[in-house]
Design a protein around this ligand. Structure first.
Ligand SMILES: Nc1ncnc2c1ncn2[C@@H]1O[C@H](COP(=O)(O)OP(=O)(O)OP(=O)(O)O)[C@@H](O)[C@H]1O
Ligand SMILES: [Mg+2]
Length: 533
């Protein structure tokens, strides 16, 4: 738990924070009833409505306290996210958090063995529990948080593993040989995608929970309760203003949490230098010694509408130019626009981010520190967990993508560059095959004696690299690992597939336009040429 503040900020409440978690008592009871009946539960709702918090600080805490009477109070929990290796992630969670694998001293070896067992079939968890049984009268709950990550994994070439992972979850919940329960949390805008997995729609039809918004009274408890646990309070006029300002937009809950955390760490700062507060804040001296948050605190940090964007900007502005460029690449990589215009996080290992940013791991970590200093939780893992090349970095909450203006602009540019790349790749392929579509590329190529490779990189940089890694949209049979292109600093776009390379060269090489106009011109050409296809 964060000792600095009674409010978690953008991140969800954790299992050990139930004493700070208010407003969800009734809903926790409902979750327990459903879980008891079916052993499987899908907790769904819009982005940021509080699913992960409800399951962690509400349901899991209640199970540990024995509130599911029929099942007893002995529980083990394996909590995971699919990220980019769902089966491995599940094996790791089971080995690190439960009895499974406990007879093996080396946890990595145990994870490897369990990973292999889980892949053998949908009853892999049951088999593992036959080898290492749970202690008497003990239940196991597997929580797959942010289940929607499985859809990207599936799309990007992991479809066999995604199928196996989902059947494993469903079969584990269905069997009754061992007392295992499965809970997933998922953004409701991914509901339609569930049909790609056999049995998942049926399981969700049978047992799902649509997370309601907090009522005004519940929000009031969520604002005031944590401060009181910390021996403080929130002034009634501030509570009223927050309640009145919070509309129906689901980002309001993370915005409110961030604002409360921001006010608290600003008003009651920890020792100098360790709080992550910027110099702008230092200029405004907090008034009064009481531990009560007031309207003045709210105004000082920017209020509900601006606190988050200002706070993130401050972290960004604390960087030098090179670090700013690394930060931009970092956030472009960690965010993504999924089909249907949905902004989502894209958790990525630090080593990979550093490579794409053309930076050393140390340089990258220095930038990450600016965004995860205590009191500034924009990126996880939280400070001070060490970051090695394998450690997955993630944006703390998707609302940051929507509410931090700078990041919203980057996300939009990134999406445009993805579109441009898709067009380039397609044109290159069609041009190489000749025939009816050659005109499109000829037109594009003629007009596009326009950009030097460096400018091309600016347009297609990160995205080009990503597409190659993912192996999607590649019409020339390129697959993961076979092709590669350097990002922003790498100069020329290098593509191993000769046909694609030729097409790209036609489109991107040597032109006479002023650098400032190249990118726009290239885009314009692309757009004009597109209808010809
Ligand atoms: N009961 C609550 N009281 C106050 N704040 C809450 C409550 N539940 C969640 N929050 C805050 O709302 C934000 C979103 O919470 P959480 O991550 O649990 O939502 P989510 O629905 O899982 O989001 P996502 O769709 O991104 O997975 C966080 O800032 C969290 O601290
Ligand atoms: Mg969540």
């Amino acid at each position: 738990m964060d000792p600095l503040s009674p409010y978690p900020g953008l991140r969800p409440f954790d299992v050990d924070e139930s004493h700070l978690f208010f407003g969800r008592e009734e809903q926790t009871d409902e979750l327990l009833q459903r879980l008891h009946a079916t052993h499987f539960l899908g907790v769904v709702g819009p982005s940021g409505c509080g699913k992960s918090s409800l399951v962690r600080a509400g349901m899991i805490a209640a199970l540990s306290a024995g509130f599911m009477v029929a099942a007893g109070a002995r529980w083990q929990f394996a909590i995971m996210r699919p990220e980019s290796r769902p089966m491995h992630g599940l094996a790791k969670a089971l080995v690190e958090q439960t009895v499974i694998g406990s007879d093996e001293a080396d946890k990595e070896i145990a994870t490897g063995f369990l990973d292999a067992t889980l892949r053998r079939g949908p009853l892999g968890v049951v088999e593992a529990l036959r080898d290492t049984p749970l202690p008497a009268d003990t239940n196991l709950l597997i929580l797959v948080d942010q289940f929607e990550e499985i859809f990207r994994f599936e799309r990007e070439g992991g479809s066999d593993e995604a199928d196996a992972f989902v059947s494993l979850l469903l079969e584990t919940a269905r069997q009754r040989e061992v007392p295992v329960y499965v809970v997933i949390t998922m953004r409701s805008d991914f509901f339609g995608d569930c049909a790609i997995f056999e049995g998942l729609p049926e399981a969700l039809n049978e047992s799902q929970y649509l997370t309601p918004r907090l009522t005004r009274e519940q929000r009031q408890a969520a604002i005031v309760g944590p401060a009181r646990v910390f021996g403080g309070d929130v002034a009634p006029d501030l509570v009223n203003r927050l309640l009145n300002q919070m509309g129906t937009d689901p980002d309001q809950l993370p915005l409110m949490q961030h604002l409360l955390m921001r006010m608290w760490t600003w008003r009651f700062p920890p020792q100098a230098g360790a709080d992550g507060l910027g110099t702008a804040d230092r200029a405004i001296e907090p008034r009064g010694a009481g531990r009560e948050l007031t309207l003045a605190d709210c105004d000082a940090v920017g209020g509900l509408d601006h606190a988050l964007s200002r706070h993130a900007d401050e972290a960004f502005e604390s960087l030098d130019d090179r670090q700013k460029s690394i930060a931009e690449t970092l956030f472009r990589i960690l965010s993504e626009r999924a089909p249907g215009n949905r902004d989502i996080r894209r958790p990525t290992p630090a080593g990979e981010v550093a490579e794409l940013a053309g930076a050393s791991l140390d340089e990258l970590v220095a930038v990450v520190e600016a965004f995860r200093a205590p009191g500034r939780s924009f990126i996880v893992p939280a400070f001070p967990e060490p970051i090695g090349p394998e450690r997955v970095l993630d944006i703390t909450h998707e609302s940051l993508i929507r509410q931090w203006q700078r990041l919203r602009d980057w996300a939009e540019e990134e999406e445009k560059s993805a579109e441009d790349y898709r067009f380039l790749a397609q044109s290159a392929s069609l041009w190489q095959r000749g025939g009816e579509c050659a005109v499109a590329v000829t037109q594009f190529g003629d007009g596009a004696r326009l950009a030097e490779p460096a400018a091309a990189d600016r347009v297609v940089g990160e995205t080009l690299w990503r597409r190659f890694r993912a192996g999607d949209d590649l019409p020339c049979g390129e697959r993961k690992g076979e092709g590669g292109a350097r990002g922003r600093d790498g100069g020329q776009a290098v593509v191993r597939n000769p046909s694609l390379a030729d097409g790209l060269r036609i489109g991107l090489r040597a032109g006479a336009l002023a650098p400032s106009r190249r990118v726009d011109f290239l885009r314009g050409q692309l757009r004009r040429a597109r209808p010809v296809l």
